[in-house]
Structures are given as C-alpha cells and as structure tokens.
Design a protein around this ligand. Structure first.
Ligand code: F6R
Length: 366
C-alpha cells in the first residue's frame, strides 16, 4: 500500500508531479489559452466583482492561503485577507454580501474551518471551497468549489495537499485575472506554460534527495531551526518550519527574512541552522544581505537557490538548487526540499513520521 516507500509521507512527496498534473488536467487548456473550472465559471461575475476575498483555513491549508494572497492580489487585483479559521470564527468579523470567502481544507472535515464557513454564509458572503476529499463535509457546505486531485493523503503531515491547493488557487487567480483584464494575454499564456512545466521540474527536484539526506544527517541533533523567505516564499518558510516541528519535534520558526532584525536575529549563533529560500526572483538581493547578516553571526546556512546561482553559493554552508520558473510558481518547487528535509530528519531520529504524537489527520474538534 505504500508502493515500495518506507512511509506514506515519502510516497506522497514523490506523488507530487502526478498530483499537480492531475489537479490542472482538464482545467488548464494551454493550446486554447483558457482555464476551465466549473465552480468558478458558474460564478465568475460574483467572484470577480468581490470587494475582497477572505481566505480561511488551518495549518498547512492556511499556509496555502497565504501563498494565494500574493497570487490573487498580483494577478486578479482583488484585495485578499487570510485568516486562521479558529480566530475568524470567534472575532465578530466584518463580512458583507460582496465578500467572497475561500475555505481551504484537505480533509474537508476541519471543525474550525467548517464553523468559519457557516458564519460567513450567515452574513451573506459567497463561500467557495478548495478541498481534497470528495464529498467531505466542507465540500458539501460550500456554495461552489474546486477539488484538488491529490488522491488520498494518509501521512498526517500534509505534503501533496499543499502543492495541489496552490495549483488550484493559481488557476483560479489566473482565470479571474484574465476575466478582469488585470493580467495581459501574453502573461496569462506564459503562466499557463510555466504551470504545465512544473510537474517535470518537481520530478527533477526529487532527484536531489541524496543531498538533502546528507544535510538532514548534519543537523538532525539541532534543538532549533529558523526558516526564512520573502514574498511568495515567506509562506513556504512557515510551512517548512511546521513540517519540521510536527514530525521531528525540533522547535522551528518561520519568518519573513526581513523580520529577522526585529528580534529573531538574537537567536543566531553557531548552533543555529537557518534555512533560507533565496531564489533568483523577487527580492533576491535583499535575501542575500539577510544571509550575510546570519553568516556574520556564525549561523549555519542551508539555502534553497535557483539553478546556476553563484552569490548565495559562496555564502551558504549547504545549497539545494531548484529549476528556474516564474516567480509566482516558485513555492511549488521550493516547498519540495523542505518537505524532504523534515522527512529525513524525522526518520534519522527514529520518529513516527506518518503518525506524529498528539496529532490527528483531520481535526474534527475545535
Ligand atoms: C500539517 C497538517 C495540518 C493540517 C490542518 C488543516 O502538516 O497536516 O496543519 O494542514 O489540520 O487540515 P485540513 O487541510 O484537512 O483542513
């Protein structure tokens, strides 16, 4: 049942090229230059004219929502807020009929996310679901939706659900952007082609597993770890830290790289591994200077860079290369090595990777 893999988590990490492909198959029609998504098509005006989009979710699904915030604002020019479902539901939020709420949930059974949906519906918002489990409670409670086609996710730590959620949300943002005219036709096509190229790039990236295993062996006894990223890759830093915490029980924190100097930098010494996402897009030079700050305080730098990088390579203790892609799609690649790093550390520490202590696959109580 694990298809020859030692754990479901590893199997699911390796399934990502296919899971991403299955998620855009039949939706992304690159030759025609269109995106077909029934749940969006049927409500296109409603969603495109939203005053704002509110995204709710928990854990990894919330992180996918944070990535989506960047994508939606960039491509569709609709203001986005992302909230933990557990906070949203109890804080008397201002919601109107002109709001669209997107609820993200792999299991479709998360109690807090469900409660947030019910509250949003009561206030008249249009509620759209992004779920993986077909026929789940959340997929039934939402007014429209788009499934991720990741296939069953058994490992408690969410992996392929995250990348397929980002895939669905990217398709949605592109579609809205095209409809609204906030993305040019050429940019739209460029994104479609780049998205179609992602599965192969993920597959290639999975081949760097050996390098990551060696890094895992070097840092498995660390007590703490910091993850940094900026822009589209800030949420990936949060997700990387969550993966490490939940399966290896090593304390980890994710931060936007520039926040370092507002406090966390005090933690840096020669004992501290710092995972930095420094892809050659967006804020590259700024991240390089963040890396220099860590280096001058003797922190150990594990960097995720774009193939062919030279600048970061000179500074970092370890380098993991990802294939080139357009900025908005980099999270689909940068996430992969972070999943593998947590996996290998947890295995080396002898932890129960698929069923970490104190955790359940779907959290049906608040
Ligand atoms: C992390 C993890 C959890 C879930 C969270 C939401 O690896 O698995 O943080 O992401 O419990 O679950 P869903 O997406 O099923 O609502």
């Amino acid at each position: 049942e694990k298809g020859g893999y030692d754990h479901f988590m590893l199997k699911e990490i390796y399934e990502q090229p296919n899971a991403i492909r299955d998620t855009y198959r039949g939706r992304l029609l690159a030759d025609k230059g269109i995106i077909k998504m029934a749940g969006v098509d049927d409500n296109l005006d409603r969603i495109a004219k939203a005053n704002r989009i509110l995204i709710v979710g928990c854990g990894t699904s919330w992180h996918a929502g944070l990535v989506a915030e960047y994508i939606f604002e960039d491509m569709a020019r609709i203001p986005v807020e992302v909230e933990y479902a557990s906070e949203f539901r109890y804080r008397n939020p201002v919601i109107t009929e002109n709001d669209v709420v997107i609820a993200i949930s792999q299991s479709g059974e998360t109690a807090d996310t469900m409660a947030a949906i019910k509250l949003a519906k009561e206030k008249g918002a249009f509620v759209f679901g992004v779920c993986n489990v077909v026929g789940s409670s959340i997929s039934r409670e939402t007014m429209a939706g788009a499934y991720t086609h990741a296939g069953p996710e058994i490992g408690v730590a969410s992996t392929k659900a995250f990348t397929t959620q980002i895939t669905v949300l990217t398709l949605m943002a592109l579609k809205l952007g095209k409809y609204k005219g906030t993305i040019s036709n050429s940019d739209f096509r460029l994104h479609l082609q780049a998205l179609e190229a992602i599965p192969k790039k993920v597959a290639k990236l999975l081949q760097s597993d050996k390098v990551i295993k060696e890094i895992a062996a070097t840092y498995k006894d660390a007590r703490n770890c910091i993850y940094l990223g900026r822009g589209y890759n800030f949420p990936v830093a949060l997700e990387g830290a969550l993966k490490l915490k939940e399966i290896s029980y090593i304390h980890a924190e994710g931060y936007p790289a520039a926040e370092m100097k507002h406090g966390p930098i005090a933690l840096i010494d020669e004992e501290m591994p710092v995972v930095v996402i420094a892809v050659r897009k967006g804020h590259y030079e700024k991240v390089v200077s963040n890396i220099q700050e860590i280096k001058s305080r003797k922190g150990k730098i594990i960097s995720v860079v774009t193939e062919g990088d030279v600048e970061v390579k000179e500074l970092a203790d370890h380098v993991i290369e990802i294939p080139e892609t357009i900025e908005a799609l980099t999270p689909l690649l940068t996430t992969i090595p972070l999943q593998l790093l947590s996996y290998h550390i947890a295995v080396l520490l002898g932890k129960n990777v698929d069923q970490p202590r104190n955790l359940a696959k779907s959290v049906t109580v608040e």
